[in-house]
Write a protein that binds this ligand. Structure first.
Ligand SMILES: [Zn+2]
Length: 199
């Protein structure tokens, strides 16, 4: 497939809406649940209209959105999170040791729940579409939608793998979610019948 053909396919995708796109270089963008899509960074786009987008990668999305190279000082206001309208940019990498911060996951759940309840399509992407983005989608389905078991990360994961066979979580995020499972998703959200977000 030539670059031109691939580009045409990508443009057609965003024009025509939800279909599963597969490409030997890009991988897939898969709707794992009603209006919830998981993809790699080849499918990155800005939120707007019917789409809201979670960019679960430091590079390139969080760096580009906040405007820095290398790393931010931890005291920066947007060190972990930048939320702009229908885009959420997370400073999240995928280290083998669990260095994740609870605030990243709570911000994600807040944003995802708000946007999904507002009737929008939600795209969650990371770099490879194998670890961070599907882990966040799993968390959202278990904690906000009740669509997966909330008994444990492992129980939710065994159900999620049927929805997203390409799930290959890194050892760090896997250990983090397994150990923090019952602490995550306990912050107040707008779900549960409260008012949806206004834009
Ligand atoms: Zn992005």
């Amino acid at each position: 497939m030539s670059d031109g053909t691939s580009f045409q396919a990508l443009r057609a995708f965003w024009k025509d809406g939800p279909i599963i796109q597969r490409d030997f270089r890009w991988g897939s963008m898969i709707e794992v649940y009603d209006r919830l899509w998981v993809a790699n960074d080849q499918f990155c786009r800005n939120g707007g209209g019917e789409w809201s987008v979670v960019h679960a990668c430091k590079s390139p999305c969080h760096q580009r959105a906040v405007g820095y190279q290398g790393s931010l000082p931890k005291t920066h206001a947007n060190y972990l999170i930048l939320s702009i309208n229908q885009d959420l940019f997370l400073n999240i990498i995928d280290p083998p040791k669990p260095l994740f911060m609870p605030a990243s996951f709570e911000a994600f759940l807040l944003f995802a729940d708000r946007e999904w309840l507002a009737g929008r399509k939600l795209l969650v992407h990371c770099n490879q579409g194998e670890s961070r983005a599907p882990s966040l989608a799993l968390l959202f389905l278990a904690k906000c939608r009740g669509a997966l078991s909330n008994d444990s990360y492992w129980a939710a994961r065994s159900e999620f793998e049927k929805l997203y066979p390409g799930y290959k979580p890194g050892s760090g995020i896997q250990a983090y979610l397994a150990s923090k499972w019952h602490e995550l998703g306990t912050a107040p959200r707008q779900g549960g019948g409260l008012e949806p977000a206004r834009h």
